[in-house]
Ligand binder design. Structure first.
Ligand SMILES: NC(=O)c1ccc[n+]([C@@H]2O[C@H](COP(=O)([O-])OP(=O)(O)OC[C@H]3O[C@@H](n4cnc5c(N)ncnc54)[C@H](OP(=O)(O)O)[C@@H]3O)[C@@H](O)[C@H]2O)c1
Length: 336
């Protein structure tokens, strides 16, 4: 039996390309003492992985050239020498872009397949869902009746942010990059309004129209010109939750923001705060209970875009960066 793996062949310059990745085959390693061998079923592709491809100091080490691309996956334990796991368990962990992974069990979570489809452990009941939950509720602190704007609104994180804002009694306004995404947000997810930033020229005018009472909370997934426009409309004591800056991840030259952003913060006595989801790690269990409850009550909905085959993982990753996905982008690499 061989393990198909996707390794980083070159550090991308600007937008990644096929030749930055390579498919290799190697023998499957057995689980050693205290270890488990996992066969992946769903592999996740996420925007943060773009940062890991650069040789720069960040909150996590970059992927080495020739190294297996890191990332979350859900799979089945097929060999266990670790008392915490049994063969047949469904687990989620950082198993990377490969079909089989050996793990010592640290950071690996057992998934109950009877609660929800196992793919949700990488989406709404996993890292993106937790990001939406804590980034909105703990950093954005929305109050009933307030207006919450979310960029990247039709993606894994953004689509949940708007729905939680609705649960909390807010007006939810989404910004996304396709007409069908806008229709999905307002038609299926219950957003009050949304617009397609690729067909609207004047973001400021559009936001002013859709947010007649100004913006109290901004959940920023994208940065760039969209964020500049939002800042011009924030209310006094607004909260800006800086989750991601995807419009900047593939730029070769850093974009300069208008200095107006800081003036808006000053004049509106507002607060902008960045966060990384794992700063809330000790509170994941309580959030997952709440998210699962909302899901079962039909208050939260989710979408998944599923590519097939480990060899197509780079393609799925690049498609996600281009905005081809609605909801969580996954790659299915085996059957359950
Ligand atoms: N802080 C944390 O701990 C944390 C954790 C998870 C994720 N994040 C961040 O959250 C954001 C969303 O992540 P996700 O996993 O939910 O991804 P996602 O939204 O499912 O997928 C990325 C989306 O970004 C949009 N996009 C791409 N280029 C863009 C551009 N130039 N301008 C505006 N939008 C663009 C695309 O949608 P459109 O069609 O709308 O363009 C695409 O679908 C990312 O910035 C990510 O880095 C942060």
């Amino acid at each position: 039996m061989t393990n198909k793996q996707i390794v980083l062949a070159a550090r991308p310059l600007g937008f990644p390309k096929d030749s930055d990745f390579k498919l290799i085959e190697s023998p499957i390693t057995n689980a050693g003492n205290g270890e488990i061998l996992v066969q992946s079923i769903f592999v996740s592709v996420d925007p943060y992985m773009r940062g890991r491809m650069n040789d720069v100091k960040s909150y996590a080490a970059p992927v080495a050239i020739g190294g297996v691309m890191g990332g979350g996956a859900v799979g089945k334990v097929i060999q266990s020498n670790n008392a915490a796991f049994n063969e047949g368990d469904i687990v989620e962990g950082m198993f990377g872009w490969q079909e089989y992974a050996v793990s010592n069990g640290q950071g690996v979570r057992r998934i109950d397949p009877s609660l929800a489809p196992i793919s949700t452990a990488l989406g709404i009941l996993g890292m993106p869902g937790l990001t939406a939950y804590f980034g909105l509720l703990e950093i954005g602190k929305p109050q009933s009746g307030e207006t919450v704007v979310v960029s990247g609104a039709a993606g894994a994180v953004g689509s949940i942010v708007g729905q939680i804002a609705k649960i909390k009694g807010c007006r939810a306004v989404g910004i996304a990059g396709a007409d069908d995404k806008v229709a999905y947000l307002t038609g299926e997810l219950g957003f009050d309004a949304a617009f397609n930033y690729k067909t609207v020229d004047d973001y400021h005018a559009k936001l002013k129209e859709l947010c007649p009472r100004g913006i109290d909370v901004y959940f920023d997934n994208v940065g760039g010109a969209i964020t500049d426009a939002v800042f011009r409309l924030i209310n006094t004591k607004a909260r800006i939750s800086i989750c991601g800056q995807i419009s900047q991840y593939n730029l070769e030259n850093v974009e300069l923001a208008p200095r107006l952003i800081l003036t808006s913060l000053l004049v509106k006595q507002a607060r902008a705060e960045g966060f990384l989801v794992f700063q809330f790690a000790d509170r994941y269990p309580e959030a997952l209970v709440q998210m699962a409850q909302w899901l079962n009550e039909g208050k939260l909905k989710y979408a998944e875009d599923i590519e097939e085959g480990i060899e197509n993982t780079p393609r799925a990753f690049m498609a996600m960066l281009k905005g081809r996905n609605t909801g969580k982008q996954l790659v299915k690499v085996a059957d359950l």
